[in-house]
Design a protein around this ligand. Structure first.
Ligand SMILES: Cc1cc2nc3c(=O)[nH]c(=O)nc-3n(C[C@H](O)[C@H](O)[C@H](O)COP(=O)(O)OP(=O)(O)OC[C@H]3O[C@@H](n4cnc5c(N)ncnc54)[C@H](O)[C@@H]3O)c2cc1C
Length: 378
């Protein structure tokens, strides 16, 4: 087992680290306050080669792996999990086509992403989140086309997206086996955006409702076979969960860094608070969890690149890193005392940004159920 990064990985990690500190960190608080994604960040990421990393070279992309994506995501998320999360959705969209797209679909979508376009990934509905098989949105086939009717909620990047990956039932009587995936353009008649959701954290990443009223989609916009949608979504999770783990890891590292810096300079009872055992032990506990998250995330991502099944390891990484982010952000506030509660310091934002990491891309409870199911298979 090799725990060392390649020279190329070190270079891109350093590039992302410098970019995050120089270009994202100064904008993060304002993007959070205004709940607005700073488009200039995406433009600069594209110019530097830090966006859409996994698009294959055959389609004009960098052809980097999921481990490379995790390294970059970790660094960017250190500066802002919201901004990084929004950009990450485009990687999830690309994953769908990696796994199930036709050549023509790949060409279309990868070109759009490379040109700076945004995609969105629409599974969740008011009545179906963890229970994906309960989705009600329907895609009924009529004369070689599909008519999509239904609604989605919590769709990240919906207000920015030029196109959507929409999961809908082609067989309403079936559960998992009745779901199919479609590529639907934003400007298709009958597709309407609802309100943007007000959010506790990751406020720079917009999320919204999407409504479908007899939206016509040609057959060549179906992704994969009819009924294959659930399988595609599960395979996408194996690639996306290491990335979301990396998002959590970057945030947790930031919480640790802020807490250590503050604990070194804040004095009480005649010494820096880092020298009070209660505080020193908190920091030690945070540091161990961050490092363990890093190993789990890198492992889960590297397995994808090695072509190995990683469902169990992806669940480990997502669960542990998300819980670590929440733990570290909570403890960072405690280390800061009253100032941790102030919007003048960055740790309250980390706390708000961390929570959703335990909810999206499969809740922590669902990750535990996956782990238990995988253990039962062994
Ligand atoms: C900021 C944000 C961005 C999002 N972005 C997207 C997006 O881009 N695309 C998209 O499709 N969705 C997105 N989502 C939706 C997200 O994936 C769902 O919120 C998540 O899967 C949970 O579903 P739910 O909200 O319906 O909760 P529910 O499924 O109703 O769960 C409620 C609670 O019950 C628990 N629970 C449910 N079922 C079980 C079970 N079988 N065993 C144990 N516990 C269970 C859950 O863990 C949770 O604690 C986003 C959500 C948020 C908050």
């Amino acid at each position: 087992m090799n725990f060392l990064l390649t020279e190329q990985q070190r270079l891109i990690q350093n590039l992302a680290r410098e970019f995050a500190r120089r270009e994202i960190a100064p904008l993060a608080a304002r993007a959070d306050q205004e709940a607005a994604f700073p488009m200039v960040v995406h433009d600069r990421m594209r110019a530097l080669g830090l966006a859409n990393l996994t698009i294959p070279t055959a389609f004009g992309g960098d052809g980097l792996g999921v481990a490379d994506l995790a390294l970059v995501t970790e660094q960017l998320s250190w500066a802002c999990a919201g901004i990084t999360g929004a950009v990450g959705i485009n990687s999830i969209v690309a994953d769908v086509f990696h796994l199930a797209g036709t050549e023509a679909q790949k060409r279309l979508v990868f070109d759009r992403l490379r040109a700076g376009g945004w995609g969105a990934y629409a599974v969740t509905e008011p009545g179906a989140g963890s229970d994906v098989a309960a989705i009600q949105t329907r895609a009924d086939k009529r004369k070689g086309r599909y008519l999509i009717n239904g609604s989605k909620v919590w769709i990240s990047n919906a207000p920015l997206a030029a196109f959507f990956i929409v999961f809908a039932k082609t067989d309403g009587a079936a559960r998992h086996g009745g779901i199919s995936a479609f590529l639907v353009d934003r400007d298709t008649p009958g597709l309407r955006l609802g309100k943007s959701m007000g959010k506790l954290g990751q406020r720079a990443a917009p999320a919204g409702e999407v409504f479908f009223d007899s939206v016509e989609v040609p057959e060549d916009r179906r992704i994969g076979a009819e009924g294959e949608g659930f399988l595609i979504a599960m395979k996408v999770f194996d690639r996306s969960r290491p990335m979301v783990g990396a998002l959590a890891l970057g945030l947790a590292q930031r919480a640790l860094d802020e807490a250590v810096a503050y604990a070194r300079q804040r004095h009480t009872m005649g010494k820096p608070i880092i020298e009070h055992q209660a505080i020193g032990h908190k920091l030690a506990d945070m540091a161990v969890r961050v490092e363990a998250s890093r190993l789990l995330v890198y492992q889960a991502a590297s397995l994808v690149d090695a072509g190995e099944r990683n469902t169990l390891q992806a669940a480990y990484a997502k669960l542990f890193a998300a819980d670590t982010a929440m733990h570290c952000a909570t403890e960072a506030i405690q280390v800061f005392g009253g100032m941790g509660y102030s919007t003048e310091y960055p740790v309250e934002k980390l706390f708000r940004d961390a929570k959703v990491l335990q909810i999206y891309e499969g809740t922590s409870e669902i990750q535990k159920s996956i782990i238990a199911r995988e253990l039962a298979r062994q």
